[in-house]
Design a protein around this ligand. Structure first.
Ligand code: SDX
Length: 394
């Protein structure tokens, strides 16, 4: 009767929307992009194919994929003036703060792609955002390291280019490790979209007012940063380090079940999945592949994570509340094995999710019935009452 949860075919005016991009069955643990199962896409595609699929609705043929990759790779440089913007941050700024700031500032540099009523400008904005996010994420890392930025290389694929911009220095070009590059590419696919999660809903809500796409994606980055959402991958690593050894896992599982204890098992639970997050399974496999490649099969944090998963999945509390590992549970261990610092983990999530955000934004903007978002509330405040003067307030 409050109208709070009635379904609205338009958009977000009551907190829901229609979409044809990503399908999740939380009870069955199913995730599909445009109807294709996530495991098949992760196994058989590269990230550019999946980005094309999310943006345009169909898997590209070889010619379409190559043209799309050429377009994206030739937009990876960022306006040189933006270096000055990054230089304004403290060296110890969190890389997500830099990403949030720089992406929002893109609207001050690319005036020819902010008129959302122009289909061509919308397309250019989409390509610019997908292309420039790896460059901006790598900038954030290089800046924190006090190292010069590395320029993108058009001959590299998306994941290879990112690793190059992260780890190349003027003294030594990063030598692409194909196993790590393939793992990174798969991880980007797994993080690309996920229906109407908090950050995607933020992007849609911001976009529903007609705000430019760069500002909308910056809003998505801000929302993703939270530890309950994209910040969980960084929080999982911090949690595993806090646990310290496999024999202390039981102590922390006990704490996670104590309502009076604020401790939560990071990387566990999900608003939608009440079964195993299909991405977590693929991430666990990638984790073992990467650790084997870098000779870190005995990584202590992996042993703690596996012990934690074993105990939690056998525990009545977690079984009853249907809490399973989610996409963030193993991702941090993989990133760390690749030499990526903890503070960069959520930047990688943002880098991948930009494709989903901008696909969802495009779908919303192109919906002729789209209206400005206006989530409803259930008012629980004071009823009408007479004004009281300062003297009467005691
Ligand atoms: C992502 O929405 C998306 O799709 C997000 C995402 C994406 O791709 O965009 O999948 C990415 O954000 C994954 C989630 C990453 N966050 C974490 O790993 C942080 C730890 N997880 C929790 O904070 C929690 O599980 C949430 C925030 C993810 C969801 O919490 P909800 O909405 O409360 O729902 P739930 O089903 O997970 O919780 C049910 C119960 C609750 O107890 P009651 O209120 O019913 O008594 O389980 C409890 C929760 O308190 N619970 C946990 C827990 N997670 C939930 N108890 C202990 N440890 C946990 N991790």
């Amino acid at each position: 009767e409050t109208g709070m949860f009635t379904y609205d075919p338009g958009y977000m005016s009551t907190g829901s929307c229609s979409s044809s991009i990503t399908y999740i069955d939380g009870d069955a643990g199913i995730l599909r992009y445009r109807g294709y199962d996530i495991a098949e896409l992760a196994e058989n595609c590269d990230f550019m194919e999946v980005a094309y699929l999310l943006l345009r609705g169909e898997l590209p043929n070889a010619k379409e994929r190559d043209e799309f990759h050429w377009t994206i790779s030739h937009h990876t440089m960022v306006h040189e003036q933006l270096h000055k913007f990054v230089d304004g941050f403290r060296r110890d700024a969190h890389p997500m703060a830099i990403m949030c700031g720089v992406v929002g500032a893109l609207s001050a540099f690319y005036h020819d792609s902010i008129d959302i009523t122009d289909p061509y400008q919308r397309m250019v904005a989409q390509h610019r955002l997908v292309a420039k996010m790896p460059t901006i994420a790598a900038w954030a890392y290089k800046y924190s390291q006090g190292q010069p930025f590395a320029y993108p290389r058009n001959k590299l694929n998306y994941a290879e280019n990112f690793l190059h911009m992260m780890f190349s220095t003027p003294c030594e070009e990063y030598e692409v490790n194909p196993v790590l590059a393939k793992a990174m590419d798969r991880i980007l696919i797994l993080h690309a979209d996920h229906e109407q999660n908090a950050s995607t809903s933020t992007v849609r809500l911001a976009g529903s007012s007609g705000a430019n796409p760069f500002a909308c994606i910056a809003a998505g980055i801000a929302s993703l940063w939270g530890p309950a959402h994209g910040g969980a991958n960084e929080a999982v690593l911090n949690m595993l380090n806090q646990i310290g050894t496999p024999d202390r896992v039981g102590e922390f599982v006990k704490r996670a079940k104590d309502k009076d204890d604020s401790f939560r098992l990071m990387g566990f639970g999900h608003r939608v999945y009440k079964n195993y997050d299909p991405r977590a399974k693929l991430m666990a496999r990638t984790c073992h592949e990467v650790l084997a490649e870098v000779g870190a099969e005995d990584e202590p944090l992996l042993k703690i994570a596996m012990q934690l998963e074993k105990i939690a999945l056998e525990d009545d509390y977690f079984i009853e509340k249907k809490l399973y590992p989610n996409v963030d549970f193993y991702s941090g261990i993989v990133f760390r094995a690749m030499g990526i610092p903890t503070t960069m983990f959520t930047c990688l999530f943002a880098l991948a999710r930009t494709v989903g955000w901008i696909s969802q934004w495009k779908e919303m903007i192109e919906d002729p019935d789209q209206k400005i978002g206006r989530p409803r509330q259930l008012y629980q405040g004071a009823t009408a009452r007479p004004f009281i003067s300062m003297e009467q307030r005691g």
